[in-house]
Design a protein around this ligand. Structure first.
Ligand code: NAD
Ligand code: IPM
Ligand code: MN
Length: 375
């Protein structure tokens, strides 16, 4: 298969972890006979420095034409002046909105080898396999903002259509898993949440009667997620709650450096340019940020970026077997104890970004049963 992949390294550790993910994708292409073409473009602080805009026109144009987009992270202290006219994060929000990437999938599946990296007791983590579907192009992130000398406001607004489409996505996903869907809101306080709850209840009742739906308030959800994570499967929630709950959920896996994500919209351009709803245009990025405290040191954990590349293979290119083989390679590298500093208390065992990348490349060379079965 031929695929055009746009790479947006961004800022801080973004370029370090995307370089690792691209190297791994090149190895996947070589091993399984694909032709991936990579083009780098600017976003975030790096784009502000070069062009004055956090999302230059040519970056957006290239992204629209791509089969998939791989992104690192944006932001950092250099661009964090509260009075700055333009901020790196605006570039990320703008590309999500412009491409209509409303469903952000954030899977959380602790790996046996990294249970020790989690502050949660290991017996609570065994068997945890959940996925948060975060609404990504609405809510308080995108409402009108005002600021005067005496006050400021951010408007939180959701339309019925915005809620319907992300709930349909999550309910369809729940159907392919255990059939259980948890919707998270703050319906005891927020009007947007009361609409969210009404719409979710109706969509599931009318279109997914086989899906078992429960509603949960976000504050107690934050507690349940740590106390009984095994009880959750698909969790659907609005933009900001999903942002916060998934950084929290990263502690189930052991590190922010382990959680990948896929941001999906409606299918418009399949690999051959034709509309292929099952091969959606998507943007793939780790859930972590630019980690300014460790940037430039070669110590960033690239597993989340590499696992995001696996999601890219699966969701945008339809290469599910290759995605599974890459996930297996990551799993084997973790089993072999190849840990960055965030994954181990034993500093003498910690390796850098380069060593993790090499370990995954080495594991990719080994036989992968998934491929053998398909072939
Ligand atoms: P962060 O996710 O960048 O870092 C939080 C902590 O986790 C830091 O101690 C960091 O060193 C550590 N960490 C994160 N990723 C890691 C990795 N791969 N390997 C090892 N350690 C890792 O969050 P922050 O410090 O709150 O934000 C820093 C900047 O990143 C801000 O400008 C923020 O807006 C931006 N940000 C961007 C994205 C994105 O581009 N998607 C996501 C979150 C934050
Ligand atoms: C994320 C980040 C972004 C968000 C920021 C950088 C705009 O935290 O992708 O989780 O809040 O969506
Ligand atoms: Mn976040």
């Amino acid at each position: 298969m031929h695929a055009n992949i746009v790479v947006l390294p961004g800022d801080g550790i973004g370029p370090e972890v995307t370089a690792a993910a691209v190297e791994v994708l090149r190895a996947v292409a070589a091993r399984y006979g694909h032709d991936f073409h990579f083009r780098e473009h600017l976003i975030g602080g790096a784009a502000i420095d070069a062009t004055g805009s956090a999302l230059p026109d040519d970056t957006l144009a290239a992204a629209r034409d791509a089969d998939a987009i791989l992104l690192g992270a944006v932001g950092g202290p250099k661009w964090s002046d509260p009075n700055a006219k333009v901020r790196p994060e605006q570039g990320l929000l703008a590309i999500r909105k412009a491409l209509g990437l409303y469903a952000n999938l954030r899977p959380v599946k602790p790996h046996a080898a990294t249970l020790g990296a989690s502050p949660i007791k290991p017996h609570l983590l065994q068997g945890v396999d959940l996925i948060v579907v975060r609404e990504l192009t609405g809510g308080i992130y995108f409402g009108d903002k005002t600021r005067s000398d005496s006050d400021a406001s951010d408007l939180c607004r959701y339309s019925v259509a915005e809620i319907e489409r992300v709930v349909r996505h999550a309910a369809a996903l729940a159907r392919t898993r255990s059939g259980k869907l948890t919707s998270v809101d703050k319906a005891n306080v927020l009007e947007t949440s009361r609409l969210w709850r009404d719409v979710t209840t109706r969509i599931v009742r009318e279109e997914f009667p086989d899906v078992q739906l429960e509603h949960q308030l976000v504050d107690s959800m934050a507690m349940h997620l740590l106390a009984r994570p095994r009880e959750y499967d698909v969790i659907v929630t609005e933009n900001m709650f999903g942002d916060i709950l998934t950084d929290e959920a990263s502690m189930l896996a052991g590190s922010l450096g382990l959680l990948p994500s896929a941001s999906l919209g409606e299918g418009t351009n399949g690999p051959d340019g034709s509309a292929q709803p099952e091969h959606r245009i998507g943007l793939y990025e780790p859930i972590h940020g630019s980690a300014p405290d460790i940037a430039g040191k070669g110590v960033a954990n690239p597993y989340a970026a590499i696992l995001s590349a696996a999601m890219l293979l699966r969701h945008s290119l339809g290469l599910d077997a290759e995605a599974q083989c890459l996930e297996l390679a990551v799993s084997r590298a973790l089993d072999a104890g190849v840990f960055t500093a965030d994954l181990t208390c034993d500093r003498t065992r910690a390796v850098g970004t380069r060593a993790v990348t090499e370990a995954v490349l080495e594991q990719l060379e080994l036989p992968c049963q998934v491929m053998e079965l398909r072939d």
